[in-house]
Design a protein around this ligand. Sequence first.
Ligand SMILES: Cc1cc2nc3c(=O)[nH]c(=O)nc-3n(C[C@H](O)[C@H](O)[C@H](O)COP(=O)(O)OP(=O)(O)OC[C@H]3O[C@@H](n4cnc5c(N)ncnc54)[C@H](O)[C@@H]3O)c2cc1C
Length: 441
Amino acid sequence: MTEFVVVGGGIDELRGVVRGEVLVAGEAGYAEAARVVMAEGRPGVVVRCAGAADVVAALRYAEARDLPVAVRSGGHNAAGFGTNDGGVVIDVRPMDEVKVLPDDVVRVGAGAAWGDVAARLGKLGLAISSGDTASVGVGGLMAGGGIGWMVRKHGLAIDNVVSAEVVTADGAVRRVDAVNEPELFWGLRGAAGSLGVVTSYDITAVRQPTVHYGTLLYPWTQTEQVLNGWAEYAATAPESLTSSLQLAPTMMADRQVPVAIMVCVAGDPAVLEPLRNLGTLLTDKVAEVPYAEVLSDMSMPADWRPRIRNGLFDMWWPDLTGRLLEARQQIPAMAMEIRALGGAFGAMPADATAFAHRDAQFMVNSVVMGTPDAQAAQDFDAFWETLRPNGAYLNFLSNPTDADVDSCYPESHRARLAALKQEVDPGNVFRNALSVAPQPE
Ligand SMILES: Cc1cc2nc3c(=O)[nH]c(=O)nc-3n(C[C@H](O)[C@H](O)[C@H](O)COP(=O)(O)OP(=O)(O)OC[C@H]3O[C@@H](n4cnc5c(N)ncnc54)[C@H](O)[C@@H]3O)c2cc1C
C-alpha cells in the first residue's frame, strides 16, 4: 500500500504534491483540458497524473472537499464520462508506457492510446486485441471490455490481461491478478470505471505482425441479401475471421451508398471466399498489412453530440434484418455497424469476467450523426425499444439509463459487482450513469 498523501489545503498544495500538471479555470490549457470528444465539461480542477501517487493525491483532494470525480484516459466516452462540472478530473494520459516484459507480456499504461500501443508493439511483431480506433484510450476501452478487429481470434482486450495496478477509493495502490485480490481482478475486467483508477495493465500480446484487412463492397440494392448471407456465414466462420457489416446513413448519396463488409483475418485469407459470393462484388480491397495499420481514426466536429446505442444479440434472424433496414429509412442520419462476435470471445465462461455476455454472436451498434433533433432522438429511442437485444456493451451508449446498467450486467453479475463495490468503494466515489452502486450487506 502507498502512503495516503494528505491534501487539506488548496490548489497550491495539490500542485506541491503531484508530479503532473494541475489545471484550473482561467489558466492556459484549461479549456482544452476540461473538454472531451463528446462533452464540454467545466471541472474545478484537472489533474494530469504522472503516476499512482498523483492519482492518490487527486482522490484525497476530492474527498476533502466532497467533490465528484471523473476519470479520463483517451476522452472518447460517448456519454462524456471523462469530464464533469465542478469536480476533479483524474486524467491518466501521462501514464502511457508500453514496456515489454518476459513471455510477451506487455505493461501498458492506462493513459496510452491504442494506436500508439499497436505501433510500438508492431515493431516487435507483437499485437494486442483492442479496438478499431487509434486515439481511443487504454483506460476507457478496457473499462468496458474492448471489442476490436481480432475479437473472434484473440477475445476481448480484457481477456488477455494477466494483472493490473489500480488505485482504489481508500488510496491504496494494489496490483491485482488471479491470485492477489482475484475478486477485484474479476471486476476490473468489465467494470473498472466503477471500482478505481487503473494505472497500468499487464497484457499478454500475440505474435501477429500482419493481418489481411480491408473492405468488400456490394450494391445498395442487395443490402438485405448481403446482410442475411453475411450473418449466416459470420456465425459459423473460422475464428480467424473478424468482420463487421457497415450501413451508411440513408441520407448520404441519395440512399445509394454500397453496403460494406469490413474484414480482418488473423490467419489464412481463404476464409474470405464465401463472403465474395454474397452479392455482386463492386470492390475488393483486402490486403495484408501490419496490424497497427488497421487502427484508424475519424475526426468529428467538436460540437457534435451524436446519439449512440448498441445491442448484443445471441442469434440473427431475417426479421431482424427487416427491422434494421426499415429503421434506416425512418432515421436517415443513422449509421449502423453490425459486428460479428463468437469465436474466442464466446469461449470465455460468462462468469470469468465482469463483462457478461459471452453468448452474444452479434453487436448492432448505431449512431445518429451530428446532433439529432428531438424527433430523431425520439425515433431512435423508440426503434431500440422494439429491438429487445439480449444485452448491451457498456462502451457504446451515449444516453445511459438505469435499464442500460441492467442490460450491461445481468442479475448475477450486478449482485457480485455491488458486493465488490461495497468492499472497495463503499462511498461510491467512482460513479457514473453506468456504474453499479455499492450494496450494504
Ligand atoms: C470513434 C470511436 C471508436 C470506438 N471504437 C471502439 C472499438 O472498436 N471497440 C470498443 O470496444 N470500443 C470502441 N469505442 C468505445 C470506447 O471503448 C469508449 O468510448 C471508451 O469509453 C473510450 O475510452 P477512452 O479512454 O478514450 O475514454 P474516456 O472518456 O477517457 O474514459 C471513459 C471512461 O472509462 C473509465 N476509465 C477511463 N480510464 C480509466 C482508468 N484508468 N481506470 C478506470 N476507469 C477508467 C472511466 O469511467 C471513464 O470515464 C469507440 C469510441 C469512439 C468514440
